[in-house]
Ligand binder design. Structure first.
Ligand SMILES: Cc1cc2nc3c(=O)[nH]c(=O)nc-3n(C[C@H](O)[C@H](O)[C@H](O)COP(=O)(O)O)c2cc1C
Length: 176
């Protein structure tokens, strides 16, 4: 069973490029968070900033597999105003992911990614791992395959680690 799901919000396509590349590398299924009210143009920019400043929880539409079917969820999000993109905030408020394993990829212009990861940690009540923060320039300049491959290896390793930790106590330890 494939138990890793990618969930991506992307307003202008950068984060989606990373998600698509991960799908190509791994074949993991992809769920998409869409804005219900389009954020195109300058008025869209302002609404993004306002939602970020006020920590709003705007409406969204999720298109993808049911989250409950997956043990491990990789969240992909842009950084807004040195924090989390607002639609992902609403999404995480609506779904209790505290029992699933969480990993994160952020794309950003320059700074703020770690604040976004901190908010994801609060909303999912766990420390996400692995975490990768990518610059928009890296994404648009052609992603380094090595960086994404390293991320995939870490996701797979953390899933195996989690499964091993959950082995029933009466089983013998996993051979190393
Ligand atoms: C409203 C808004 C606020 C942003 N704030 C930041 C920021 O604080 N720090 C940063 O590094 N990039 C910031 N960015 C740049 C985006 O994080 C970056 O372009 C990202 O790759 C966009 O992803 P997307 O194309 O998937 O929407 C901001 C972009 C927008 C639209």
């Amino acid at each position: 069973m494939n138990d890793i799901l990618l969930v991506c919000y992307s307003r202008t396509g950068n984060t989606r490029l990373v998600a698509d590349e991960l799908v190509r590398l791994t074949g993991w299924p992809l769920g998409l968070i869409h804005d219900t009210r389009p954020r195109a143009g300058a008025s869209g920019d302002w609404r993004c900033m306002l939602d970020a400043w006020l920590r709003n929880r705007p409406d969204y539409r999720y298109e993808g597999p049911a989250l409950e079917r997956f043990e491990h969820i990789v969240l992909l999000t842009p950084v807004w105003m040195k924090g989390l993109a607002a639609p992902l905030r609403t999404f995480l408020g609506d779904h209790d992911l505290s029992r699933q394993r969480i990993s994160v990829i952020c794309t950003q212009g320059g700074r703020g990614g770690f604040n976004a990861v901190e908010e994801i940690a609060r909303l999912t009540r766990q420390v996400p791992s692995p975490v990768q923060i990518l610059l928009q320039s890296e994404v648009l300049g052609g992603l380094s395959p090595q960086r994404l491959e390293d991320f995939v290896v870490q996701v797979l390793a953390s899933s195996t680690y989690q499964r091993d930790r959950q082995r029933p106590a009466w089983l013998s330890p996993v051979a190393s």
